[in-house]
Design a protein around this ligand. Sequence first.
Ligand code: ADP
Ligand code: MG
Length: 234
Amino acid sequence: MIITIASGKGGVGKTTTSANLSVALSKLGKRVLVIDGDISMANLGLIFNFEKKKPNLHDVLAGEAYVKDAIYKHKTGVYVLPTSLSIEGYKKSDLDLFPEVVNEVADEYDYVIIDAPAGLNRDMAMHLAIADKLMLIVTPELFSIVDGLRIKESAEMAGTPLMGIVLNRTGRDFAEMGEDEIEMLIKGRIIGNIPEDENIRTATLKKMTVLEYSPNSPSSKAYMELALRVVGSY
Ligand code: ADP
Ligand code: MG
């Protein structure tokens, strides 16, 4: 199953969720590939400490490397297809090859998680179309939710249904929107609630997922619960 992790706004937790959900699914015994689909602002490689790997997705999208050679096994057991932060790498990439690249390896995994770029551009349309399901990341704020709704509608137009909403960074603000209100606005189910947790920032600085850095932290527990929901949902 291919799951695209997307949001309307940037900085809401797509990369954090892609990495930690992948590790959580792997802990449940699943074979997981996580792909850095944000080829202009690659961050996923940083969390797994793979940002300098060669070849990477840029080389594959430039037709200079085989996809299998650009997939690296992380110590958590997760397979990672990283992208580099190089501008040259971005320039030489042909994103039209992306669906082919994903389809070439998808069958070998229980889950393929795609960390998508923010916003509604052509790149995003491709990431939405290629997935079986959309996982929408929102923070409990009106703008994040309204923009998230547009992503959900675009995914549906591309034939990709919403698997569920993940509410991130909850408990930070007294004025946050309630779960019922958010579900009504987006017309979808909340399947994860990840609290604001400073362990996430510390883990990122150490180039680790929070599940490795602090497995008993509130956010780690929330990511394990999310993984259980994902596994149970089909
Ligand atoms: P995106 O990929 O959507 O742009 P990121 O996953 O890179 O977002 O997250 C943006 C920033 O917010 C990162 O510095 C990350 O460490 C931090 N962050 C994300 N989720 C949480 C959380 N639940 N608690 C605390 N910090 C978080
Ligand atoms: Mg990101």
